[in-house]
Write a protein that binds this ligand. Structure first.
Ligand SMILES: NC(=O)c1ccc[n+]([C@@H]2O[C@H](COP(=O)([O-])OP(=O)(O)OC[C@H]3O[C@@H](n4cnc5c(N)ncnc54)[C@H](OP(=O)(O)O)[C@@H]3O)[C@@H](O)[C@H]2O)c1
Length: 567
């Protein structure tokens, strides 16, 4: 929708994002109709903006909303744009969430935008089109303790918008959702109940003008979803570099995108061309198990690796072939900007079982996009939609950010690594221990297979916009795994179920038992308990086909892994 010459209603225009949006739309030639309860503020703003009118409105009152739309029609004869921005936060834990507060915020954040949409639609239909932008929140894409009430209202707004978008497409009306993150406005001082929840965040709050730019971009393009930062500061979405494809039809895979062939192990041969060497690749959380396996795989393909890890000993990764190392924190924007600067591609590995993994993912995706990185490979997990598992929940949140980033991406979803079983140790102790039922089968994958795939896809545009489940073919319970280790090693190995608490004491630093657990420890313990509970009751399954197609050979079996470990 063209902004110049349009008639645009902006709710919540008396401060923050609404004020900035009204100014921006007016500066681009829109005749804005300003709505909010504080009449003096919107009247003062209307006096500054050419062609603007102020209509004092409580958007939770249907009659006042109807009057607002009538005033726009009287003044301009049409309504081209509706920005449903008025909203309020409700930041209290579930136990303290008062139904009256939730009802009030639902009225404002959900019912009012719905009513406003219903009121403008007859005119938009008659005109042959229009643009509706609903201002949601990034909190509706992640799970933040303490924000259930507020996030639930915004999640409801998301679905109203998405389904409304489908229903209204034929009338030429584009419904978009914009998801701001923490923004520097009065919002945090005018919550319905509770307190500002972004205190732990190290990133500066976004200026409301940045959200306004995103809202204007949504109006112009009609895109369905826009995270703020999208488009990046400084202008519209980056153009694809040569050889890259952009998503079409709301991010769907382009029709000509290369895909692995189906049927047998006939994909890319090991080491085949197609992942041209010579690029500088950033690997995050590089000192972990995945990173340490990935660095040599990238170097073998001729890439220069820049390794980022919070571990001050990250320099040791040079022994594995890393060309550059950065000791830095993914929660520190300066470190992340430094790490992405000048790289061709980013392989983002979240730190395993970290309560702030989603925040780190957001930081890396945002920085990579701003830096114009050509390709982002995200290490996720098989079945991230198993949201009761906290680590899956974090990975799913990052997947959503990657999908909304409008950067070329490849999402890798590896299964539980075989390397979680230390075969030498099992043989030494004569026991394979695990903190859940011995009869539940689990699928595994060899980390070396997974990182071989990551090195293969990272510079190959054929893998843009793909999500690959990476899973080995064995589906074995602990008794069967122990039998494999016993037969390969020739030493007795008994399976043994240990109490869940045992899993936490093993490997804990000495003296740690006396120290009070940190919040991070508590989160991790909760995440592990849920994981073991899920594994014990359901196991975890996956399919090896995609991994085989990508490798051009069958995935490594558990028996081969045991042989390699003991060899
Ligand atoms: N700031 C953030 O960090 C953030 C993050 C994510 C999403 N958001 C969303 O962004 C939108 C704008 O928030 P903001 O940050 O700009 O906050 P803000 O500065 O507090 O602005 C809120 C606006 O909503 C208006 N409003 C509240 N109740 C109203 C009612 N009953 N009728 C009419 N207008 C009403 C307020 O005007 P009056 O009081 O004059 O009526 C004000 O103009 C909200 O939907 C919010 O949920 C904000």
């Amino acid at each position: 929708m063209k902004i110049d010459g349009s008639a645009a209603i902006v709710t919540g225009a008396s401060s923050g994002i609404g004020d900035a949006t009204a100014r921006l739309l007016a500066s681009r030639g829109a005749r804005v109709v300003l709505a909010a309860r504080r009449a003096a503020r919107i009247e003062a703003l209307a006096a500054e903006l050419p062609g603007a009118i102020a209509v004092p409105t409580d958007v939770t009152d249907k009659d006042q909303l109807a009057h607002l739309v009538e005033r726009c029609l009287e003044a301009h004869g049409r309504v081209d744009i509706l920005v449903n921005n008025a909203g309020q936060g409700l930041h209290v834990p579930l136990l303290d969430l008062r139904p009256d507060d939730l009802r009030a915020v639902l009225e404002l954040n959900v019912i009012a935008p719905l009513t406003a949409m219903q009121l403008v639609l007859p005119s938009m239909r008659a005109q042959g089109g229009g643009a509706i932008v609903n201002v949601s929140s990034a909190t509706s894409l992640r799970l933040f303790p303490g924000l259930s009430g507020y996030a639930a209202t915004k999640a409801a707004l998301n679905l109203l918008s998405q389904i409304g978008r489908m229903e209204l497409a034929s009338a030429g009306v584009a419904v978009s959702v914009v998801y701001p993150s923490v923004t520097a406005t009065e919002f945090h001082q005018s919550l319905r109940a509770g307190q500002f929840a972004g205190g732990a965040r190290r990133f500066p709050a976004d200026p409301p003008e940045l959200v306004a730019t995103t809202i204007a971009f949504a109006i112009e393009t009609g895109e369905a979803h826009l995270m703020v930062e999208d488009p990046p500061r400084g202008g519209p979405a980056p153009r694809p570099r040569s050889g890259q494809r952009r998503p079409v039809g709301g991010g769907a895979c382009p029709p000509d995108a290369g895909r692995p062939r189906v049927g047998g192990w006939r994909g890319r041969a090991n080491g085949a061309a197609g992942s041209g060497g010579g690029a500088v690749i950033l690997v995050t959380a590089a000192a972990g198990r995945t990173g340490r396996s990935l660095i040599p795989a990238l170097v073998r393909r001729g890439h220069a690796v820049r390794a980022l890890d919070v571990d001050p000993g990250v320099d040791r990764l040079r022994d594995l072939g890393a060309a550059e190392t950065i000791a830095g924190d993914m929660l520190d924007p300066g470190d992340v900007d430094r790490a992405v600067d000048g790289v061709e591609a980013v392989v983002h590995i979240g730190p395993p079982m970290h309560p702030r993994e989603a925040e780190m993912g957001h930081a890396v995706v945002t920085a990579a996009r701003r830096a114009g990185v050509s390709h982002l490979v995200q290490f996720s997990v098989t079945h991230p939609q198993l949201e009761p598992l906290l680590n899956h929940q974090s990975k799913l949140a990052v997947e959503r950010m990657v999908l909304l980033s409008r950067m070329p991406f490849t999402i890798l979803q590896p299964m539980h690594y075989m390397q979680n079983i230390d075969v030498r140790r099992v043989v030494e102790r004569g026991a394979l221990t695990q903190p859940f039922a011995l009869d539940t089968p689990l699928q595994h994958v060899d980390v070396e297979d997974v990182t071989e795939v990551a090195a293969l896809v990272v510079t190959d545009p054929q893998h843009h916009y793909a999500t690959y489940e990476l899973c080995g073919s064995d589906y074995l319970n602990a008794r069967q795994l122990a039998a494999v280790i016993q037969s390969v090693s020739g030493r007795p190995v008994a399976p043994e179920q240990v109490p869940v608490a045992h899993a936490f004491s093993v490997g804990a630093p000495s003296g740690a038992a006396d120290a009070p657990p940190s919040e991070e420890d508590d989160w991790r313990r909760d995440a592990m308990v849920r994981l073991f509970d899920h594994y014990g009751r359901h196991g975890i399954t996956g399919n090896p086909n995609v991994l085989g197609w990508l490798l051009g050979r069958p995935p490594t079996t558990f028996q081969e892994y045991v042989r390699r470990s003991l060899g």
